[in-house]
Each structure stands twice: as structure tokens, then as C-alpha cells.
Design a protein around this ligand. Structure first.
Ligand SMILES: *Cc1c(COP(=O)(O)O)cnc(C)c1O
Length: 368
């Protein structure tokens, strides 16, 4: 069986180092916000090239903490895209703010700056923009930041699928005011449990977020404001410190798998391959095809019969999900909805072998 993601394999690749990191934490008798968390924060900040990093409990909290630190809440609106993981939208709503959707670019999966322009012209209450570097592909940050700057609105980067991705040579997460990361096990950098982080260059924001992460404390037991409990535990931090040095190598493997997919599938007429913009260092959290002429379900079924599991990220655009239908649509989301009917994610994880890739591309070619 060739899976969509196989986070367990990475344990066996790095078994000795991970076992010894976990043992170190267990024996230290210090399990939450200690040396391991601080060490990981330092190395992750260094890795992305930001001044500060804050370990938090998961990627959803990371988004929420950034928004709250920017004083966004009740009565405010936040713009994002409708094809993201529901977590982005859930985080916005947790602050009390309302969500407004901008469309995505044609033939891409990331926010359209011109749609954002239209949205910002219509909705005067939007106080922040959350860009999602979906599937590991950086959004067109220059145009998006220019649109937001006209209204003096900060841009937040949801980098939950873009660890190590670059836009014009800069790591995702360092271009807007702050970036959020998830270390959910299947992400490009995954823990063996939940985890997340926020990065920023802004000291004031960092200090506010540090307090928000733990009940609004600046001094222990004294809440300066209301905060939450969102901490990265020592076990996950220790595991992440083991795995971080492998991230670039694993991203290269993902890129090489993507290149093999491309060359084996490039001449097929019923599929559109994912675009890799010139500005982007794409890290292929997912390799997402668009399957034309209503052949997606049949293709997925055929692959499944060959023991190849595909996935759809995500089967319903957020504004079409039962829990989110009350969000008014201010601008047209034509591209978001059209793409939604055609997307199909092929298996993508660093440990995928050349033989497995060949099996997958042969099965696709046979079917189409
Ligand atoms: C995974 C993900 C999140 C949420 O991360 P969790 O750690 O699961 O809370 C947020 N945004 C995007 C785009 C994601 O893919």
C-alpha cells in the first residue's frame, strides 16, 4: 500500500537519535517549557532567519496568538482564502473576529492579490490578511503585501505547509509581520504529536505573544491580560530538534519526487500539473494535480485498486462546509470553487521510493 503520508517512517530513519532525545526529557523530570523548548525556538528562528520564535501547542493556536497579539477580536474582520485547512478559519473565529474570503489565482492554489484588492475595497473592517502558502508553494507575497499596505493592514503567513519554502530567496514566515507553523506529524517538519510555532522580527509582538501563550503572564501567576494555554511540550521540542537538521534534505527529496511526477505525467491531456512560480522555492507538502473532464473520482478509484492512496485537500471549500455557510461572500470565489472540483493529491513524503513513484505514474498513465 502506498500511502498519502507516512509520518511513522521518519521514526525508523532517525530511531537512535529520537530515542535518546525522548529519554533525555523523561529523565530530566521537566516536561513543559524548559531547555528543550528554548533550544528548539532558537534553532528554528535561526533556520527561518527571524529574530524570534515561540513554541506553541499547535498550528491553529499559532494563528490565534498572532491575531490576538495584534489586538484583533470582536468586531474585526480578517481576510484569508477559502481553500485552506479549516484550522486557519477556526483560529480567526476563536479571536471573535469574522472571516472574509479572497479568491485564489487562476492555475495556482494561493491568494489572488487582485481579489484581495477588491475585498479590501469593499470591507472596511478587515484588520489583517492571512496568506496561506498552501501545499508548500509560497503565495505572491509582493503583490499581496502591496495590496494590504494601501490599507495599513498587517499580513500574516500561515506556513503550516511551508517549512523551508522560500519566496524570492526569503523563507516563508519572515516576509509578513509574523508567520505561524504547525508540527502536526504529517507536515514537512512533524513532531510525534501536536506542536506549533510563531516566528517574527517584531520584539513587541513577540513579547505579547509570549505572555498570551501562558495565561497572559509576564511574571509567573500574574496575568497582565487574558491569555490561553498553548505550550510546546519538551518531548515534542526534543523530537523537533532532532528532525530539524533533516528538513532541507527532506524538502529536496520532496522536490525530486515532484520532478519525477512532472516528467512522467507532463504529456497527459486530462491533468494539469501544479505550477511552480519563478519566485518560489516550493517544498511540496503536497503534489496536487487538477484532473479535468470529471475524471477525478474514477482516477482516484483506479489508483486505490492498485493500492495507491490519494487524497483531496480539501473536499469542500470552507464557505461550502456545513459549519461555515453563514460567512457572507463579498467577492467572487470562482477559482476557489472550480479548483475544488478538480484537485487530487498524489502520495508525497520523503521516504517514497523511485519504484513506488514509478508504480504511481504508470498507474495514472494506464488509466488516462
Ligand atoms: C495543519 C494546518 C494548520 C493547523 O495546524 P494544527 O497544528 O493541526 O493546529 C493550519 N493551517 C494550515 C494551512 C494547515 O495545513
Amino acid at each position: 500500500m502506498i500511502l498519502q503520508a507516512d509520518p511513522g517512517r521518519s521514526y525508523f530513519v532517525m530511531k537512535e537519535k529520537i530515542d535518546s532525545a525522548v529519554k533525555r526529557v523523561l529523565e530530566s523530570a521537566w516536561y513543559v517549557l524548559g531547555k528543550e523548548n528554548s533550544a528548539f525556538e532558537k534553532s528554528f528562528a535561526q533556520y527561518v532567519g527571524s529574530n524570534y520564535c515561540l513554541g506553541v501547542a499547535n498550528g491553529t493556536d499559532a494563528v490565534e496568538i498572532i491575531l490576538r497579539a495584534l489586538n484583533i477580536g470582536n468586531g474585526d474582520m480578517v481576510a484569508t482564502v477559502g481553500n485552506t485547512a479549516v484550522a486557519t478559519v477556526a483560529a480567526i473565529e476563536r479571536t471573535g473576529a469574522q472571516v472574509r474570503f479572497a479568491d485564489i489565482e487562476p492555475h495556482k492554489f494561493t491568494m489572488s492579490a487582485s481579489s484581495l484588492n477588491d475585498l479590501l475595497a469593499k470591507e472596511k473592517n478587515i484588520k489583517a490578511v492571512i496568506v496561506v502558502h498552501l501545499f508548500g508553494c509560497p503565495a505572491e507575497m509582493k503583490e499581496i503585501c502591496e495590496a494590504a499596505a494601501k490599507y495599513n493592514i498587517p499580513v500574516i503567513e500561515d506556513c503550516a505547509q511551508a517549512h523551508g519554502a522560500e519566496y524570492n530567496g526569503r523563507k516563508c514566515g519572515t516576509i509578513g509581520i509574523a508567520g505561524s507553523f504547525s508540527f502536526y506529524p504529517t507536515k514537512n517538519l512533524g513532531a510525534f504529536g501536536d506542536g506549533g510555532a510563531v516566528v517574527t522580527d517584531n520584539r513587541e509582538l513577540f513579547e505579547k505573544m509570549t505572555a498570551l501563550r501562558q495565561y497572559g503572564w509576564k511574571k509567573r501567576y500574574i496575568s497582565e491580560f487574558t491569555g490561553i494555554n498553548s505550550r510546546l511540550d519538551e518531548m515534542q521540542a526534543a523530537v523537533l530538534s532532532v528532525k530539524l537538521p533533516y528538513l532541507d534534505e527532506n524538502n529536496q527529496k520532496r522536490r525530486s519526487i515532484a520532478a519525477q511526477y512532472r516528467s512522467a505525467l507532463k504529456d497527459l491531456s486530462d491533468i494539469e500539473l501544479p505550477v511552480e512560480p519563478e519566485t518560489a522555492f516550493h517544498v511540496y507538502h503536497q503534489f496536487v494535480l487538477r484532473v479535468k473532464n470529471n475524471r477525478r473520482e474514477a482516477l482516484a478509484d483506479c489508483l486505490k485498486k492498485n493500492d495507491i492512496l490519494t487524497a483531496i485537500h480539501y473536499p469542500l471549500a470552507i464557505p461550502r462546509q456545513p459549519g461555515y455557510q453563514e460567512i457572507p461572500l463579498t467577492v467572487s470565489l470562482t477559482e476557489t470553487f472550480e479548483t475544488n472540483q478538480e484537485i487530487l493529491s498524489l502520495p508525497m513524503y520523503p521516504e517514497l521510493t523511485e519504484r513506488e513513484i514509478r508504480t504511481i505514474t504508470d498507474a495514472i498513465r494506464d488509466f488516462l
